[in-house]
Design a protein around this ligand. Structure first.
Ligand SMILES: [Zn+2]
Length: 196
């Protein structure tokens, strides 16, 4: 009788483990399918967009407020390409097109850099906000401030470093008239305020 009970208990445990295993495999399979679908949709969105040319134009972006600034930034595609290769050392094969640099690389490789006209990244690439901010940090690009209607080379912009205060921190670029061009490079500073 005890043996029978042990056998039943064993069978129940094995069945439960089997169900958990099947469920886990099923979840993994579904996640894989979702990722594959996402990859294909992103690829179609990028390859069916207007092609990348030798000059890229984006709207300036404020990452702290998640909105555009009143500025337009232009940079040579070659400069962006070199930046991605140097900073991210990416090879597109097998990449899931999740990160901004992967997507930008895919768009650039599907374009024609000999075309001199200006191109704007497809919606799925947004304002290339992280990459654009990084290029400004490297003093690359030309900026037009829509508020003071003036053009600036990247090295003519005023740079405000991270404040280092507790919470989210950003560094930023401003035109000489004090208009925000780009805010990014997000980092968080942890700590506690002194109570007085
Ligand atoms: Zn301005």
């Amino acid at each position: 009788m005890t043996n029978m009970l042990t056998l039943i208990m064993f069978a129940v445990v094995v069945t439960i483990l089997l169900i958990i295993h099947i469920k886990r495999k099923d979840d993994e399979f579904k996640r894989k399918l979702e990722l594959e679908q996402e990859f294909q949709e992103t690829l179609v969105a990028i390859t069916s967009a207007l092609p990348c040319t030798g000059l890229i134009e984006v709207t300036g972006y404020d990452q702290s407020a998640n909105c555009s600034t009143e500025s337009v930034i232009q940079f040579k595609t070659e400069v962006l390409l070199e930046h991605i290769k140097r900073e991210y050392k990416e090879d597109l094969s097998g990449v899931e097109l999740i990160r901004e640099n992967d997507r930008a690389l895919c768009w650039i490789r599907n374009g024609d850099l000999t075309i001199e006209a200006i191109s704007r990244p497809p919606a799925i690439l947004g304002n290339l906000q992280h990459l654009t901010h990084e290029l400004l940090l490297n003093q690359q690009g030309v900026v037009h401030c829509n508020r003071c209607k003036r053009d600036y080379q990247a090295n003519q912009l005023k740079y405000a470093p991270h404040t280092g205060g507790i919470g989210w921190n950003y560094d930023s670029f401003w035109c000489s008239e004090g208009h925000l061009i780009s805010k990014g490079n997000q980092l968080i500073v942890c700590g506690v305020y002194n109570q007085k």
